[in-house]
Write a protein that binds this ligand. Structure first.
Ligand code: ADP
Ligand code: MG
Length: 734
């Protein structure tokens, strides 16, 4: 097949893919026959989840114990594991599951699983069984998981241990089902080799200090605190035909070069636009799968860039949210394939148009349902609310560098600061109203709202007022949005566990100090409100420099942030250095969230990942230059040369052809020489120290220069001769 035919075929293929239907859940009668009535979501929601709270086989006392364990009040009594193992085995095997797996989040950022059959041979007879010990603990051959050199070969064992607080669920594949048991993954010495373990530690810590805080200020019914999180997931959809014709998308998740189509997102007509049929069919099936898995997918819409979409679930406990976000990403991928799409989760798959993020909505609430970031109905509660906000601002002020570290990756570097995403500088956006309240506190003046009619309605409306005022600033990496903070700088591909761990730990540190402050103040005779007001003033003053309500994309902000002394780690290698700086990580070690050796492990793993990712990108680019790009230019040159020769034989001029040939010569010369430079630098890299730094500061700019020349060439070479799908194809044809 010629190049021309191949690309035309790909296009025909893509546009002739039709919306894919799927079987809607239907009611069944007592004989198991379908009645024709389609089930409501609430009727099948969570049907693939083993719910300890409602499983009939679990005795009441164990059920109560589990709930208490989940809330962090006590440790699980392993003697009870057998009952649960038996109940979950019956539940799963009666639904067709043949295998179970400990499902965990290694430091790769994805998930890992190793399947074991329920099948056992007991006294010569086959039975289905999951023993208590296999529920509680697994021992995957862990030596191949990234461990940052933290384990020597003789102790290369890793253990997975059951996480009681995240529900077990069934994953369905074409020919069977597997029970997934969410687990933590730790080394022989108990070091966290995963994302979940430190997250759980940070949740316990924050729960402890915030419960103390609530007790101190007189909320005697607050016995337990949870972190809540709702992660909005952005993604691109590309027809599979195109995806597999772009080696860069397959290898690296992004296009390493590509010329923008004339129309991209200038007209802003994709955002919230009506969803095309094929995509809608895909989204509907995604929702069905997620709902059956107990993930409450709630919103779906077109995002700003063409081909870009978003899904958001209803918030849940942070630990479960972190697991569910992994499930969301894997369901998106799996369902997309069925619909002849490929989901692209990379933060910046296409240069020049918006990238994808994962806005992590985050808040803290207690067992009485009180959301600490809800501005509240009563004025005295506002004191608490303002104090909590000031504590969070202080936490972000102190640990902006660590928060930036927690979202660092090769892919997110392309997005942060790329003029449409939050910058690498971590600041807090409070919105007009809250900022004014803060200013009045700093000035020691009473706060007078601009719009009395709104404020006169009482503080309940403050939430709404704030909501309206807050969501306008899309440029902030960390924004207050009505009754929660939204950590927007998190990348679309990133596992949310680490960013939340760091955030929880930063906030816990300040809460612990605030508790001491309040206790002393109250003991000295001040009222709770007076103490809270004093605390708010203290932190509002010290965190003033991190609050920024202006345009986070502007050049002025970068300068202003520098004046304010806020860190601006533009690249991953810069950001990761924080992990090795004892001063900046003390809040993690002292609160026992991550030990210094666990921090070191993360540094080694994350830096290595950065290097490997970039090397793959560079090699892919170099190969595409030689396999696709230069050959296209040569073919075109050949054609032009033939025409020029023909013209000559006919006595005609060849001005245009010669012009074009000159242009092509110039472009191919640049592409070739820049690629050669990159290639030489890559060869040299192996023997150098500080590789990640060299990659970020020298090799990446070289690769970007190659990309610029390739884009110029792409614009000159005729469509027919261009073998690779273009942005136009990938973003618009479906
Ligand atoms: P927007 O795009 O305006 O930010 P979305 O509805 O897409 O709004 O996303 C908001 C997210 O915030 C949802 O996942 C929602 O469940 C979550 N959320 C709402 N309240 C809280 C809360 N108290 N704690 C954590 N997340 C929350
Ligand atoms: Mg949002």
């Amino acid at each position: 097949m010629s190049i021309r035919e191949a690309r035309v075929n790909a296009k025909i293929n893509a546009i002739s893919h039709t919306p894919i239907t799927f079987e809607q859940p239907e009611e069944r009668n007592s004989k198991g026959e379908k009645t024709g009535r389609k089930l409501k979501v609430s009727e099948y929601f969570g049907e693939c989840v083993f719910d300890i709270a409602s499983a009939a086989e679990i005795p009441e006392n164990i059920r109560e114990e589990l709930i208490s364990v989940k809330q962090g009040h006590r440790k699980f009594n392993n003697d009870h594991a057998a009952v649960i193992a038996k109940a979950v085995t019956d539940w799963a095997t009666s639904r067709g599951a043949t295998h179970f797996t400990h499902w965990f989040q290694p430091l790769t950022g994805g998930t890992a699983e190793k399947h074991d059959a329920f099948l056992e041979i007991k006294k010569g007879k086959p039975i289905e069984e999951l023993s208590a010990s296999k529920l509680l603990q697994g021992e995957p051959d862990a030596s191949s998981f990234p461990n940052g050199g933290s384990r020597s070969t003789f102790e290369a064992r890793g253990y997975t241990t059951w996480d009681i607080s995240s529900p077990m669920f069934l994953i369905e594949s074409t020919n069977g089902k597997t029970l997934c048991i969410p687990t933590a993954f730790v080394s022989y010495r108990g070091e966290a080799l995963d994302i979940k373990t430190p997250l759980l530690r940070s949740i316990s810590r924050i729960s402890e200090v915030v419960t103390d805080f609530l007790q101190i200020i007189g909320n005697k019914n607050s016995k337990h605190v949870v972190v809540t999180a709702g992660c909005e997931q952005e993604y691109f959809l590309v027809d599979r035909t195109f995806f597999f014709s772009r080696p860069d998308l397959v290898m690296t998740g992004r296009t390493v070069f590509g010329s923008l189509s004339a129309k991209n997102q200038q007209l802003e007509d994709h955002y919230f636009g009506s969803i095309d049929e094929r995509t809608m069919a895909f989204m509907q099936e995604v929702d069905l799968c997620l709902h059956r898995l107990g993930v409450s997918s709630k919103t779906r819409h077109n995002e700003v860039a063409p081909g870009q979409f978003e899904l958001a679930p209803i918030f849940v406990d942070a630990n479960v949210a972190a697991d569910q976000n992994q499930l969301i990403m894997s369901v998106l991928k799996k369902v997309a394939t069925k619909h002849n799409f490929e989901v692209i989760l990379h933060e910046k798959p296409f240069a020049g148009i918006n990238g994808s993020g994962k806005h992590v909505n985050w808040s803290i609430s207690d067992n009485t349902g009180l959301n600490l970031l809800e501005p509240g109905t009563e004025p005295h509660q506002n004191h608490r609310f303002l104090a909590v906000v000031s504590i969070i601002c202080e936490a972000v002020k102190r640990h902006g560098g660590a928060l930036r570290m927690a979202i660092a990756s090769a892919s997110n570097d392309h997005r942060l600061g790329a003029n449409e995403a939050p910058p690498s500088i971590i600041s807090v956006y409070l919105g007009d109203t809250l900022e004014k309240i803060y200013q009045s506190i700093l000035d020691g003046k009473p706060f007078t709202p601009d719009n009395n009619s709104v404020m006169d309605m009482g503080a309940r409306q403050l939430a709404d007022l704030l909501k309206d005022n807050t969501d306008r600033n899309r440029t902030s990496p960390f924004a207050f949005t009505g009754n929660k903070f939204e950590f927007r700088a998190v990348g679309s591909k990133t596992a949310v566990g680490l960013p939340m761990t760091v955030l929880n730990a930063a906030v816990s540190e300040v809460f612990a100090e605030a508790n001491a402050f309040l206790k002393a103040d109250i003991e000295s005779g001040k009222s709770v409100d007076e103490s809270l007001a004093a605390l708010t003033k203290k932190y509002a003053t010290s965190s003033k420099s991190v609050v920024f309500n202006g345009d986070g994309y502007s050049e002025e902000w970068i300068k202003e942030a520098e004046r304010r002394g806020l860190p601006n780690h533009r690249t991953t290698p810069d950001a990761l250095k924080v992990l090795l700086d004892e001063k900046q990580t003390k809040f993690l070690t002292s609160q026992k969230i991550l030990s210094s050796s666990e921090l070191n492990t993360r540094f080694v793993v994350l830096e290595e990942r950065y290097e490997k990712m970039r090397e793959i990108e560079f090699k892919t680019l170099i190969s595409m230059v030689h396999q696709n790009i230069l050959p296209a230019a040569m073919t075109y040159k050949n054609t032009l040369g033939l025409i020029a020769a023909q013209n000559k034989s006919l006595g005609l001029e060849s001005e245009v052809e010669v012009e074009l040939l000159k242009r092509l010569n110039e472009l191919t010369k640049w592409i070739y020489s820049e690629t050669q430079k990159l290639s030489d630098a890559l060869d040299k890299l192996e023997s150098q120290d500080h590789r990640s730094q060299i990659i970020a500061s020298e090799l990446l700019p070289m690769a970007e220069s190659v990309a610029i020349w390739c884009n110029k060439l792409e614009e000159v070479v005729p469509n027919d001769l261009w073998s690779l799908p273009k942005y136009y194809d990938m973003l618009f044809l479906r």
